[in-house]
Unconditional design. Structure first.
Length: 406
């Protein structure tokens, strides 16, 4: 008999691995080309007609890179398109969203203390918000308002802060910050799919037909690429946040997210300025440090201490009523709750690891899968078996979990 919990966990791991790999590829190429574009020497009269050039050295060889403002006079035989990194990152990320937050909505997406949503309602809000994000952003960019890039970036920031507050008002803290990252990443990937790539195809088609391409297509694509450049670092933070309760489980989590976007701007401004040879704005590091200190301070605001929901979710109720739950509750309370508590008794712990509390019947039943995987079929928890969980106790956890899934 296959262990479906273990299989689904491995599938999730595999998808997450793909997501990380493709994200590295996308971010790497994006950062490289932004740095390359900013660092081009445009004060040289090049015989090729290129707008700028740069010499680079890497891996024991020298590279001579030239950029054409619109396009070369003749279509090259070999043209490399940078698109699949973006598409693969979004597709794998969306698959992970389904595996973790849609299929596990009762545990990870919905928090009845924040908004008592049905699973279908929460998933519907999630999907609708991602679509809304792209449409709103794209329409603003295409309007006359979007002609001023600074003004446009300010409005985009206001939208992101508003979405941060919205998400924390309807989803669990963990899901809220993750969704804010997905919201932003969807805009970034849609920029590539709906704007940057189509514009480049128009330029290529014009070249093949012997027409002179319109420079506006490159200008629009560059604007969207610049937006992606400034949004990348906050997205990485938000995707990592689900591992750190200090980021997502604070009552000020939406404000923490707002400051993270500002940190993304200050960090990228420094590197972009240096790459463009426009000085060395070291003040951005002080600004970034102060913003991060503010985030640390906000994270110590009262953690969520609300009462448990009056009625457990269907999945949690199934585990709470399964044979052996009483014994498992005793095991978890004795072996795990000294750390996984509102006020951990283990020296050095200020909050429950990963925000998982295992003190009440509802909390233990809601964390059934984690308990099964971490302490039942593996010895990952307790760490180094510090609380001396016995093999027979682990077997009782496995038996309880299997009984609930019959």
């Amino acid at each position: 008999m296959y262990d479906m919990a273990a299989i689904t966990t491995w599938i999730e791991f595999a998808v997450r691995w793909v997501h990380v790999i493709t994200a590295i590829a996308w971010i790497g190429s994006s950062f490289y080309f932004i740095a390359l574009d900013l660092g081009l020497h445009r004060d040289r009269n090049l015989q090729s007609g290129a707008d700028g050039e740069e010499w680079q050295v890497h891996g024991g060889g020298f590279y001579h890179v030239q950029k054409y403002l619109v396009a070369p006079s003749q279509m090259p035989d070999d043209l490399i398109w940078f698109k699949w990194e973006s598409y693969s990152t979004w597709l794998s990320g969306f698959a992970l969203l389904i595996l973790v937050y849609y299929l596990g909505a009762e545990f990870y997406l919905v928090d009845p203390r924040i908004a008592d949503l049905a699973t279908w309602q929460a998933i519907g809000i999630s999907l609708a918000s991602l679509v809304f994000g792209w449409i709103a952003y794209d329409q603003i960019c295409k309007s006359k308002f979007g002609n001023d890039n600074t003004r446009l970036m300010i409005v985009l920031y206001v939208i992101l802060v508003g979405m941060a507050y919205f998400y924390t008002s309807v989803f669990s803290g963990r899901a809220a910050l993750l969704h804010l990252g997905a919201f932003t990443a969807s805009i970034m990937s849609a920029n590539v799919f709906f704007i940057i790539m189509p514009n480049q195809r128009i330029v290529v088609a014009d070249l093949k037909a012997g027409r002179t391409p319109d420079a506006k297509y490159g200008k629009i694509a560059k604007q969207r690429s610049t937006h992606n450049n400034y949004l990348t670092l906050p997205v990485i933070f938000l995707m990592l946040s689900n591992h750190y309760p200090l980021a997502f489980a604070s009552e000020m989590n939406w404000l923490i997210a707002a400051l993270v976007f500002l940190m993304g701007v200050t960090i990228r401004h420094y590197f972009n300025s240096v790459h463009a040879r426009q000085g060395n704005p070291t003040w951005t590091w002080l600004a970034t440090a102060l913003l991060f200190i503010a985030i640390i301070w906000l994270s110590t605001a009262p953690m969520f201490r609300a009462d448990e929901p009056q009625q457990a979710s269907g999945a949690a109720l199934r585990f709470a009523q399964a044979d052996g739950f009483g014994r498992v509750q005793d095991i978890v309370t004795g072996r795990c709750s000294m750390c996984h508590a509102a006020d951990p008794g283990w020296e050095g712990l200020l909050w429950a690891p990963k925000g998982i509390r295992l003190e009440t019947e509802y909390q233990i039943a809601s964390a059934a899968k984690q308990i099964y995987l971490q302490a039942g079929i593996t010895n990952a928890m307790p760490p180094a078996n510090l609380s001396h969980m016995e093999p027979t106790e682990r077997a009782e956890i496995v038996a309880w979990f299997n009984a609930a899934n019959k």
